[in-house]
Design a protein around this ligand. Structure first.
Ligand code: GLU
Length: 441
């Protein structure tokens, strides 16, 4: 069978055809592009690519570089330093607006030019400009999974017309947001914006944010999870400039657009998406790109705020095996143990108390236990123990490694129900953890 996904994406391309808007013309390097180019690329978190249209066309990354350079600054300089220099408040203004905090001059967020210039200065960190640009180029290359280059021609023509960015950089220098030469910061920032990419590259970069920082194809951990969470939060609130609120309510995913016509969007845990089409709307965002994202979000239920389908019960089955003192209540759990699911398990035991002396938590079908789920499960085990119920755990895949329920109690751990049945019913609580067959005597 041929996958229906490329056909669907082609349908989206055709359905979003629109010749309104205008190509950015403030520099010859951007004004000269073919206005009719249009591409959409998706990359799933497990590294599968779907891509249609002009996905081999190279264009300069422009502002789509901002979230990644912000991530690099966080990674290299630490959260405290970066938050001290750049705030995370939406400005509601255009990309090149002089949005600085009153009195301190701190840029409102890293997605507008003021914040992006400051983020560039944080990466520069007193080094030579070429070194900062090289570390950014190399970061973007690792994210894309191939070597990217700076389009020096576009950079040079932008540099000749960078009055506004020079003004913002000088203002930042005046407020001592950084201590470097403002011209050097502008030049480095403009070269950062002039790295050339295709939508396939951008989808790969976006997907690396979707996976919590792991490049889905090369497997390289490029950003830590904390950095990714911060970058995505800022993209969600500030990524689309003065259209950020409209975007979040209609499309509903963290995104970043650039003046050359590229847009990336990230569905955490699932997908990186990129679109390219150079005609821009009044916000400086690709007209066809916005339409494509809107359509994908609606068709594919990508909106992050869409109420999820009611989580199916994590308690798959409750049953009692054996009789008398050997009777065992088994709670068969399934899925992911987040707060809500763990609360459901606790409620099941509170509302219908366990009447046997022993209770088994069967985790065989549990996929993942978040740290909140682990804490809640262990607390429940500890409290049941205090109430006189001996809890054992069936955990063939070690979803709950080294369980210590507190209250001086560690439940026995078995590999399967058969292992439990073969063991002594009155084995009692352990002070040391034991696993599977070792519990058999
Ligand atoms: N290099 C552009 C500038 O700073 C990027 C703007 C954008 O892509 O929105 O003016």
């Amino acid at each position: 069978m041929r996958s229906p996904l490329p056909d669907y994406l082609t349908e989206v391309l055709d359905g979003c055809a629109d010749t309104s808007g205008a190509v950015a013309d403030y520099i010859p390097g951007l004004a000269g592009v073919d206005p009719d180019r249009f591409a959409i690329s998706l990359l799933t978190a497990d590294g599968t690519s779907y891509s249609v249209g002009d996905d081999e066309t190279e264009f300069t990354i422009q502002s789509v570089s901002k979230p990644f350079v912000y991530g690099l600054a966080l990674q290299e300089r630490g959260f405290e330093k970066v938050l001290d220099v750049i705030d995370v408040e939406p400005s509601g203004e255009a990309f090149n607006e002089v949005s600085l905090e009153r009195n301190t001059g701190r840029p409102l967020n890293p997605m507008i030019n003021a914040g992006a210039l400051a983020a560039h200065a944080l990466v520069l960190n007193g080094r030579r400009s070429e070194q900062a640009v090289e570390s950014i180029r190399s970061l973007l290359s690792s994210l894309a999974g191939r070597e990217l280059v700076v389009d020096e021609e576009v950079a040079a023509s932008e540099l000749e017309n960078s009055y506004r960015n020079v003004a913002i950089a000088n203002l930042l220098r005046g407020y001592e947001v950084f201590e470097d030469d403002p011209d050097e910061i502008v030049e480095g920032y403009i070269r950062q914006c002039s790295v050339t990419v295709t939508t396939k590259d951008l989808a790969m970069m976006a997907a690396t944010l979707a996976t919590g920082g792991i490049q889905p194809v090369t497997g390289e951990q490029i950003f830590s999870r904390d950095v990714v969470r911060q970058v995505l939060s800022v993209m969600a609130t500030c990524g689309m400039y003065d259209a950020a609120g409209d975007w979040l309510s209609t499309v509903g995913i963290p995104a970043k657009s650039g003046v050359s016509g590229g847009i990336i969007g990230i569905l955490p845990g699932q997908l990186g998406i990129a679109a390219y089409s150079p005609r821009l709307d009044e916000h400086g965002t690709s007209v066809q790109g916005v339409a494509a994202f809107g359509r994908l979000s609606r068709d594919m239920n990508l909106h992050l705020m869409d109420a999820p389908m009611l989580a199916h019960s994590v308690l798959r089955r409750r049953r009692v095996v054996g009789e008398g003192d050997a009777a065992l209540t088994i709670l068969e759990l399934q899925g992911d143990l987040n707060f809500t699911n763990s609360e459901g398990i606790i409620r099941a035991v509170v509302d219908e108390p366990v009447e046997t002396k022993r209770l088994a938590l069967d985790l065989s079908l549990v996929r993942a236990i978040l740290s909140v789920g682990r804490r809640m499960l262990l607390e429940m085990i500890g409290r049941l123990h205090l109430d006189g119920t001996e809890v054992i755990v069936i955990d063939p895949d070690e979803r709950l490694p080294d369980p210590d329920a507190g209250y001086g109690f560690r439940p026995r751990v078995y590999g399967s129900l058969e292992d439990v049945e073969e063991s002594q019913p009155d084995a009692g609580a352990q002070t040391e953890p034991e696993r599977g067959h070792s519990a058999r005597k």
